[in-house]
Design a protein around this ligand. Structure first.
Ligand code: NAG
Ligand code: NAG
Length: 178
């Protein structure tokens, strides 16, 4: 046990990643998300900042959904430069997302936990990294650059119901992009 705690501390210090004891929590993803209703622009509102790269003003545009395949472009400011890149991925029937973006510090299985399509989307990813340890990533997207308190409360409820920490969520920068 002591060794594990030390290992967790070391990982926190060395990579600032959200390392947790135990294996990945079992979450309840949204079943059969209405893929076409996910299309359009989403802004990064809150996330476990340490599991993402340092860019600011991150946003996504979900386009071209053909069966489960999606094309998603992401744009962010990294070191004052606007970067925009496009990737293909999948939105599956079970609410899982398959995405591979360079701003993620690790790849994992992501799930859409909940969305109302018009205001908010809350997602979660986790990866078992070693015996009894896992890395977690939670994120909140909004249709606008600010998410109103009503939806923030809603998103927190969803995370709490899935036993996912909300205290590690930090607001993302959307105003001062440079
Ligand atoms: C999904 O999109 C369709 C077509 O735009 C719309 O009629 C429907 O109300 C949307 N459903 C939800 C839950 O947003
Ligand atoms: C990235 O650029 C493409 C092409 O100019 C544009 O259609 C898309 O909306 C941009 N993505 C974001 C997230 O701004």
């Amino acid at each position: 046990m002591k060794f594990l705690l030390i290992a967790v501390c070391l990982i926190k210090l060395s990579n600032s990643l959200e390392a947790h004891l135990g294996s990945c929590p079992t979450v309840r993803p949204m079943e059969q998300p209405l893929k076409n209703n996910l299309s359009g622009v989403w802004y990064d509102i809150m996330k476990y900042q340490s599991t993402f790269a340092k860019g600011k003003c991150l946003s996504f545009e979900v386009k071209e959904i053909v069966s489960s395949d999606v094309i998603i472009s992401a744009s962010e400011y990294d070191d004052r430069k606007l970067i925009n890149y496009t990737r293909s991925g999948k939105v599956n029937y079970d609410g899982s997302l398959e995405l591979d973006f360079t701003f993620l510090k690790f790849s994992a299985k992501f799930y859409i936990l909940d969305t109302d399509y018009d205001n908010y989307l809350v997602g979660f990813g986790c990866k078992n990294i070693a015996y009894m340890m896992n890395l977690q990533m939670a994120f909140v997207w909004g249709r606008e650059k600010e998410l109103s308190a009503e939806y923030v409360a809603k998103v927190f409820d969803v995370l709490k119901n899935n036993k996912i920490s909300t205290s590690d969520l930090e607001k993302s920068e959307q105003i001062n992009c440079h």
